[in-house]
Design a protein around this ligand. Structure first.
Ligand SMILES: [Zn+2]
Length: 453
């Protein structure tokens, strides 16, 4: 039993000061709000007959001067890139991929992947993420025992305690292409090993890298497989103008149109970036209830462009049916995993590009980042507690504005996933962070030498 006491609660429709949240097992069982007289908090709602009766002493977390909000969902990253920060400077997407990222990926062994991902997980939860969608690119290898690189990542996430989707990346065209048979067999194997939604924290998804890296047939067969296994489909889409031009040359269609013609779009499809979308493509995404994952920092760093998020998140846009999510993208194209920074950049970028200071209100940005997570009895206990007691935040006028414009990942005081405390008092539990940093420093230096950069 965990009791978070006296915190400001971000509820779906309002913000409540001095609330108390009780967690039992993996769920929130009670949310108590202060009485109107400001005396003892009164239970507002509870689950079951006697959920408030403590079985043993609860673990109490003091929420004074802190905001409790639903856990943040980082809907697209590549955690193995944690060892690849800082190489993007001055390079556009394709140059950066060919001359840095692919060389470093090719040189990584299973130990590098495990360490880079663990370091990335530490950074991600410190930045407020409770759920991470990892579009994992280094799937080959597996020389050590039975583990492939994908298994190393899944095991690291399982041990660490986050909610995690591994979108198994693949390409059957161009650099590092795999055979369709190998891709399908490995996806099938992963779905068997990590059966997913039935209450598990860890899920597998089909992760084609990008339209120009994939053949129509393998796209269709892998999507069919993922649908049969209840998995998601996750792909970079329309990130740069070059990619759109390439698709037009090769298929006579823009990327989203091509995917639509292949039957790949649906509520199980997550389109990452969507920077360069035609009106027709927006209609297709909406009609199929696709999730569009916005990565503002990566789009700015790689000079890809500005995704039309303000338009899509306006009331008319929401009515169109596109679901919006937020993400950092990989540490190599960001260079960090801070979801608070991501929220702030999302708001700023839409405002300056639309010349509208009212674009992307704080509540809209928080809704994108929390993806329907709630502080309510019966909800999964995935929560983030943010410390407001800092010079760059005080005084607080509007709580939601403070969260989006002032708070930083370093203000995250506690993180709870599935009812388990991963971070408390700004310390990651169950891990020697200093030793991890030392080990990662050495390994990353060695990796860059091996890759010949
Ligand atoms: Zn990406």
């Amino acid at each position: 039993m965990i009791l978070i006491d006296n915190a400001t609660l971000v509820l779906p429709d309002r913000v409540i000061p001095r609330g108390t949240v009780r967690i039992d097992g993996d769920r929130i069982v009670e949310v108590a709000l202060p009485s109107l007289e400001g005396k003892e908090p009164a239970p507002s709602a509870s689950l079951g007959a006697e959920p408030t009766v403590a079985r043993g002493e609860p673990h109490i977390i003091d929420g004074t001067h802190k905001i409790l909000l639903p856990g943040l969902v980082n809907a697209h990253t590549h955690l193995e890139q944690t060892f690849m920060r800082g190489y993007s400077a001055g390079r556009a997407l394709l140059d950066w991929l060919k001359n840095c990222i692919w060389k470093l990926q090719a040189a990584m062994d299973a130990d590098d992947v495990r360490l880079a991902v663990t370091l990335g997980l530490v950074e991600a939860v410190r930045g407020g993420a409770t759920t991470i969608v990892d579009h994992h690119k280094i799937t080959w290898g597996g020389g050590r025992g039975r583990s492939t690189h994908s298994d190393v990542v899944l095991e690291a996430a399982e041990r660490f305690g986050v909610r995690f989707v591994l979108a198994r990346a693949w390409a059957d065209r161009g650099a590092n292409a795999e055979s369709p048979a190998a891709i399908l067999a490995d996806l099938e194997r992963l779905f068997d090993a990590w059966p997913g939604p039935a209450g598990g924290r860890i899920r597998v998804a089909n992760g084609p890298l990008a339209p120009w890296r994939c053949s129509a047939e393998t796209l269709q067969r892998t999507t069919e497989l993922a649908r049969r296994r209840g998995g998601l489909n996750h792909c970079h889409m329309n990130e740069t103008q070059d990619e759109v031009a390439l698709a037009l040359r090769e298929t006579g269609m823009r990327p989203v149109e091509w995917f639509g013609s292949l039957g790949l779009l649906g509520p199980d499809f997550q389109a990452v970036h969507g920077v360069w979308l035609s009106d027709q493509e927006i209609k297709l995404l909406a009609k199929n209830n696709v999730t569009l994952v916005h990565c503002p920092a990566a789009n700015m760093l790689l000079a890809s462009g500005v995704a039309p998020i303000a338009r899509l998140s306006s009331s008319t846009g929401r009515a169109q049916g596109i679901r919006l999510a937020l993400a950092t993208d990989g540490p190599a194209s960001n260079d960090g995993q801070d979801m608070f920074e991501t929220m702030r950049l999302a708001a700023y970028l839409q405002r300056v590009s639309t010349l509208n200071a009212q674009a992307m209100a704080p509540r809209q940005v928080i809704d994108m980042a929390t993806q329907g997570g709630a502080i309510a009895p019966g909800a999964k206990a995935d929560l983030v507690l943010v410390d407001l007691n800092a010079a760059h935040i005080q005084p607080v006028g509007d709580v939601l504005a403070s969260l989006v414009y002032n708070a930083r990942g370093s203000d995250v005081d506690a993180v709870i996933v599935d009812g388990r405390i991963l971070v408390e008092g700004k310390r990651v539990l169950g891990l020697d962070e200093g030793a991890l940093l030392d080990e990662c420093r050495d390994r990353a230096r060695y990796l860059v030498r091996r890759a010949g950069l």
